[in-house]
Design a binder for this molecule. Structure first.
Ligand code: BEZ
Ligand code: FE
Length: 305
C-alpha cells in the first residue's frame, strides 16, 4: 500500500508582533499593523491614512448595515457605469471636490501664471488643427465670439508655436461627443498654434452653462443632497509648449447665473474672463462678424516645466 506522503505546509507563520484581534477602539492600529516589512512605502502611507480617515468617518456617522450595503451598491453601480466613454468615478471625484483639491495642491501658481482647473470628460486628443482666425462653431448656433490673446512666459516673453486645444458645448448645452449624429463632428473644438508674436485668435460661440451627466450614481447623490448639476458657462483650453508645464484650464463667462455654484467647484476668480461687446464695423467686416460683436482677450501665462 502506498504510503501517504505528508505535505509540508508552505504557509509561513508571521513572526511580527501585531495586535491580533479587532476591537472598535483599536481598529485603525489592527489594520495598519497587518502590512509587512516589504510593503511599498508610498502605498503604505496612502492606505494607512485612508484607513485612519475611513474608520474615523464610520465611528462618527455610525452607518446601519443597510446604509453600509447601500454604499457598497453605490460604488458597484459607479463602476458598472464607467466605460471608455463615461467615467462615473472621475465624475464622483469631481462632484465631491476631490479633483479640484488634487489639482489645486499640485498646481499652486504663485507668480501670476495662468491657473489651471479640471479637465472634464469631454476632451478629445485628435481634434482638427486650424489656422488662426478659423471658426470652430460648425452648427451656426449661438452668439458669435472672437477669442484671442497671447501666450507668454512669466516674464511676459511671447511663446511662439504654443499648441492651444479648445473645446466647449454648443448653444443647447451639449458637447459634440454627447450628440453624435446631431451635431457636426468636431463642432466647437479645434487646435490652434500661436504665431511668431505668441498670438492666437479664433471664432466660436458664446459659451452657455450645462449640467454634468446626472442620470447615474453621481446624479442620484446630487438629487439626494438637493445640489444643482450645472457647470457655469466656460471654454476649455489645454495649452502646451516645449519647456513649459502643460496647462489645463477654462475661461468662464462673467454673467453666468451658475458661476458661484459650479457642480464640480472648477471656478477660480482669475479664470473669469471679460467677454465684452465691441462696436467696430471695420474689424467686424474683417472678421466676418456682425457689428457689434463679442470678444474676449485672454492671455495665457505659462509656467516653466
Ligand atoms: C466639463 O467641464 O466638461 C466637466 C468637468 C467635470 C465634470 C463634467 C464635465
Ligand atoms: Fe466643460
Amino acid at each position: 500500500m502506498a504510503k501517504a506522503i505528508a505535505k509540508k505546509s508552505t504557509v509561513k507563520k508571521p513572526n511580527r508582533k501585531t495586535s491580533p484581534y479587532f476591537t472598535a477602539k483599536d481598529s485603525v492600529k489592527v489594520v495598519q499593523e497587518r502590512s509587512g516589512p516589504k510593503a511599498n512605502k508610498r502605498t503604505k502611507i496612502l492606505v494607512d491614512s485612508l484607513v485612519k480617515h475611513l474608520h474615523a468617518f464610520i465611528k462618527e456617522t455610525k452607518p446601519t448595515m443597510e446604509e453600509w450595503m447601500y454604499g457598497i451598491n453605490f460604488l458597484t453601480r459607479t463602476g458598472h457605469l464607467s466605460t471608455d466613454w463615461r467615467q462615473e468615478f472621475i465624475l464622483l471625484s469631481d462632484a465631491l471636490g476631490i479633483s479640484m483639491l488634487v489639482e489645486t495642491l499640485n498646481h499652486d501658481k504663485m507668480s501670476g501664471e495662468t491657473e489651471s482647473t479640471v479637465l472634464g470628460p469631454f476632451y478629445i486628443a485628435n481634434a482638427p488643427h486650424y489656422e488662426n482666425g478659423a471658426n470652430i462653431c460648425l452648427d451656426g448656433k449661438g452668439e458669435p465670439v472672437l477669442v484671442h490673446g497671447k501666450v507668454v512666459n512669466a516674464k511676459g516673453k511671447a511663446i511662439a508655436g504654443a499648441k492651444l486645444e479648445v473645446w466647449q458645448t454648443n448653444e443647447d448645452g451639449f458637447y459634440d461627443v454627447q450628440q453624435k449624429g446631431i451635431q457636426p463632428e468636431n463642432n466647437l473644438r479645434g487646435v490652434f498654434t500661436s504665431d511668431t508674436k505668441g498670438q492666437y485668435w479664433f471664432l466660436s460661440a458664446y459659451p452657455r452653462f450645462y449640467p454634468i451627466p446626472y442620470d447615474g450614481t453621481v446624479g442620484d447623490m446630487l438629487k439626494a443632497l438637493d445640489r444643482n448639476p450645472n457647470r457655469p458657462a466656460h471654454l476649455h483650453f489645454i495649452v502646451s509648449a516645449p519647456g513649459y508645464e502643460k496647462l489645463v484650464t477654462h475661461i468662464f463667462t462673467p454673467d453666468c447665473p451658475w458661476l458661484k455654484e459650479d457642480a464640480v467647484f472648477g471656478v477660480k476668480k482669475s479664470l473669469i474672463a471679460n467677454f465684452k461687446w465691441t462696436d467696430d464695423q471695420h474689424r467686424a467686416t474683417q472678421l466676418g462678424l456682425p457689428n457689434p460683436f463679442r470678444e474676449v482677450m485672454w492671455n495665457v501665462v505659462m509656467s516653466k516645466a
